[in-house]
Write a protein of this length. Sequence first.
Lengths: 640, 790
Amino acid sequence: MHAIKNKQAHICILVLLVIVLGACKKFLEPEAVSSFDTEYIFDNTQNARKALLGAYMAMAGDYGYGIRISGYWPYDSDEMLKGTNPPTSDEGQLLAKYLGIPSNLQITNPFNQMYQGIERANQCIYNIPKMLQYNGGTSIEQAQLKRMHGEALVLRAQYYYELCRNFGDVPAQWSPSQYETDLYKPRTSLDTIYDHLLNDLQQAEEMLPWRTDVPNIGDQPDQRFTKGTAKALRAKIALTRGGYSLSVSSQTMTRPSDYLNYYKIARDECASIIANPAQHTLFPSYKGLFKDYLLAHNLNDPSGEFMMVASMAFGSGADSKLGIQTGTRVNGVGGGGINILPTYFYMFDSTDLRRDVTCVPYEITFDTIKTGHAMNAVYDGKFRKEWVSNPGYVFSAGNASTSSRPAINNSLQNMQLSWPLIRFADVLLWFAEADNEINNGPTAAAIDAVRKVNLRGHGGSYTEDAPVIPTDKTGFFKFLVKERMLEFGNEGVRKYDLIRWNLLATAITETRARLQAWASSTVDNHPALPAYSYMENGPVYARDPSQLPSYLYFLKKPPHSDIDGFNPFLNSFYKPGPIEAAPTDQTRVNWWLGGSGVSSSQTLTNAFAQGFTPNKSELMPLPQTQRDVNPNLSPQNPGY
Amino acid sequence: MGANALQSSHNVSVTGGNQQTTYNLSLTAVKQEGILINSSLDRKNLNFRLDHKTTGRFRFGFNTRYTNQLILGAGTSDAGGAGSNRLRQYTRYKPVILPGEEEDTYDPTLDLNNAGNGFNILNPILLANAEVRKRYINQLNLNGYFSVELVKKLTFRSQVAYNVTSTENRSFDDTLTNNAKSYNKQPVVSLGNNQSIQIVNSNVLSYVNPSLRGSVHSLSVLVGQEIQKTTNTANSQTIRYFPLGITADRAFNNLQLAAASTTAYPQLQPVSSQVPVTLASFFSTMDYNYDHRYYAKITVRADGSSLFGEENKWGYFPSGIVSWRISGEPFFESKWVDDLRARFSYGIAGNNRITPFSYRTQYVSPSSGGYGLNGVLNGVYNPSNLGNEKLKWESQIARNLGFDLAAFHDRISLTADLYYNSSENLLLNQAIPSSTGYITQFQNIGATSNKGIELQLSADIIRKQDINYSASFNISFNKNRITSLGGNNIILRNSGWFSGSNFPADYILKVGEEVGTMYGYINDGFYTLDDFTTAPYSDPLNPGLTTQYTLKKNVASNAKILADPLQPGSPKFKDLNGDNVVDADNDRAIIGRSQPKFYGGLNQTLRYKNFDLNVFVNFVYGNQVFNANKLEYGSAYGSEVNLLTSANGRWKMVDDKGRLIQRTVSSGGNTIIVGADSSTLSGINRGASLWFPSSSVNGFYSQSYAVENGSYIRINNVTLGYNFPKSLLSRIGISSLRAYITANNLATITGYTGYDPDANTRRSDPTTSGVDYAAYPRARTYVVGLNVNF
């Protein structure tokens, strides 16, 4: 009896123990309701798409293409310079002036954000193909998931490409960090990374639909990537892989001996895009592309010219500062962050419509009055405030000298402007460049590609003589070097083009000499401009500075109401003009004139690429913050 | 700042009961004005306690505590980086009121010149008025227990506690603030509610037998179990675009006045979250003593925490203490020793202070942001943290050998402790390479040890009828050492005073060194004219500047670490490896240690008749403070900023007549240094003691100049009291009445140049202790008080 009771008691205790331990296990695993594990996210298409959009998001915001990478990193070059205040406490300007040091404040966060994008893309690349719906879902689900897989590959390629062209060899990681054993990765050779990306993109091409096929798989036409994006980025990366880069080990600019293989990749990719004009072609109006689409918050141009953009919208980490610190002033507000070099202005011929889209030699006051600016204060125009629409913004600094409105939007930070990464014009010019290199001279197709871009830049027909496109290899290349400059000013392309051609040092030296000639000009003497050796020179009538005006005059109150349709200056940019003081209803500004004393022209000239050092400045320093964290992030880039 | 501020504190308590039931009710009300304008604290406290003992074997009790607090004001800083520093406004705004200005005049030009990164200088009075912060805290603690004596000496006790803390934060940023500036210069309101609910239940069975079967063996055994669940629920909302001119209270109470959301001026979505944390424990303690001479107590506990992954939830923490009362031994005979005891303890304790769910990689939907497609913001999921499945309990092993002595009829008591403590598997939110896609990850990073001695000596020096004088003195010596950092030898840390992730390291963890070791460049004065070669220079644009200065080839250059052009008067750092270049890889070193060599206090009480006087002095010796205020406020970073007086001794580039005598000139892509001839420059700078302040962030890099001796002696508290004679009071029905006056923080003797050598503003990270940045200055307070007992 006693023994049985004891046994029962033992069983009771045992059962109780099991219950307690089971309850305990459950008690110690409370459900996370405000955060989600990977299984939850990659369970259905909708959540997976949100994770993919997270990978896209790393392109946006202040540390993405919102300002740092689009507005600070690509300067100074032979087209524009960022800021004229050397030496300065503005870290962005220091970087643009090649005066960045490893602890510069504008490097770390974008560097980190690119890797954030890579990790998010890695998660998608790893998890999406494992989803049940990837091979077993409806045909729509399968197509959507394959597209998302492809997009993630393209995103990862873009982030690595951005890191490599700015920092050289960087740590590379191809799977999500939770599956990596070593988090302290050393620098991987840039060639290895690029080769990996070229393979990835080839795969991505197969997974992505063409632009016009997007609705067929139930997706909206929007700024998500398509087959054309993957192909164009592959061409872009191939040209960079086949171009020059600053080697961290040899500390010189080098290019691989088999570079033509990469040019072939670029040519073939471009050719296959060009062969599909229903997908991507040139939008007929250069101005319209920016004014009616990009600045009207519409990136779905009917021609599909915007092949790849970093898309922006109002939201923290999702917006851009494009057009805020840069561009010209409107009613006293903002602008002035980026200067158009006088030497760049005169590379355009007088009928090239791209000049007045890219360069703004005036500011706007009282909503409609254009107030002319001196040559040292010509600002970039592709992201100009006064063209922003849908919605547009009204500006006023509240200062009676520039506007009769009370202060409004004078500290606006964001206008939701997207950043174009690849346009179809790129594809045409890359095709021409690769073709010229491979065939030791341009084929008819290459010449035609360049002509298309130039012709569109002139509005579809030439009112002056059409430019003569050289047919020899060197001449054609020099023509391209110039054409890309005219086509892509302000789009963050130039510096990186010059680097892959190994022309950045030359370009800076020659541009500086030309700027010096401008800055030392007096009313009586406009010294000759040294010619460019690395690219075709500007129009014949702009090569001799003695034929350029010392001053420009404009009416204080012009009788125009259409602010878009006129150039405020009364005399020509291309002919010698008067030098007397302005009549009372006019204002005179310095144009091809350095003046004497510590002039603004001198300041601009001296500020230009101030710290540039060959075989150093082609790369930025690796952020010291990250070298402090990761001792394997060594050595530092040459010269830093 | 620095205004006189009033404080008041009232306390009433009632105690009563009978043999079976006792109760206590107490009410406290505290009001404090801050020394910053618009800051104050208002706290009300209610305590009630009830215990009831039935005639039988049951006991139960109930205890409740309610606190209601209202805190106003933004303070001088929060744990964020430099952008949130408000002490700056008080120290760097122009210190003079110009003709035509009031003390709260708005300077629009200055505001316009301000950098947009939070480093702006604004009239501090205006800013304090523009930033309204209200924090309401309600805390309710309910605690109940019952116990039953199952059989004699065996008691079961069950206890339940329910704690709720609700915090409501209301903030209002008017037009002048950076926040409002980002949103069309219209007022912005943020509302946040946080509720933390904690439920604790413990069940303990205890057996207590002071005398086993009438012997000298005493034994008590306890087994128990406890569960704890804490749920933090938060929701918040930011509402922008309130009409101009609205007051904070009107905005808080009329949220509908904010403009409706439009594409150009969108409102934000509300945000909410809930995070549960659970802890389960089993424990047992055995307490034994033999004849009040030999004591032993052994505890074992197992703690399971939801913060760790499946494999590592449980930690096991045994501890034990043995002691020997030597004075209880029959052989011990002493006339003057009352009590002498030796004890030794060894114990392991656990620490699980990490963010919940750190063991797994997880996605969150960020509170704002997303990706725009066709101009519309789409919600996203982003991975928020890199999970670490290997995370486990940090364990702290304490070993202590102690002696307690009481002598001369308890007039002298001495306690001495020797300890050797070590921590293993230290939990740290470790910076990891950003190439992982994350900046930090919780890791068990290493081990440290602490060795030290603590002494406490108390003595009743005079013990007479009318006069009493007693003193108590304590002193602690501690030596901390990092014994392991996993696979690393060095981990560099950034205290984040300037910026969390965007600034080079200023602290170092190194095996063999102590925690809180500062790391940076070593200052070596400034470059003098002797460091430069001279050449004639002439340019009509720079009349009077006749000499070009070029750094000598054999003088180490700082150009790799400072972006400012190097010139006479530039700060100079030691080139430690002698390669003629100062760089981050080779020329940073240990520049300070924040842990003191020893610290302690002396408390003295003198009573003479009805008067009593208490003086408490404490001291710290041998620690160093990273004075980040000095770096920022000594620099010229920002627009029209005031500088510390140390800048009076700066290298000057302007002569007495205001003429520029030294400058940089750019020519052909090179920057050259030109100036007046060297005798003019050296004449003006004969008394220079400091480099010229930089207008860039260059001055903020970690350097030995910022490190100062933090030793101090402080008269922390002096109280003078008077007890009214009882004979007088009994007539008016008062049992006792005491009046007193107290002065806190009366005086400090220190060589430290900042406000307070005791400041430690990076508390959330133990590895970067000793940073003084924008700390709320310690106020000197006087208290006049009255204690009445009826």
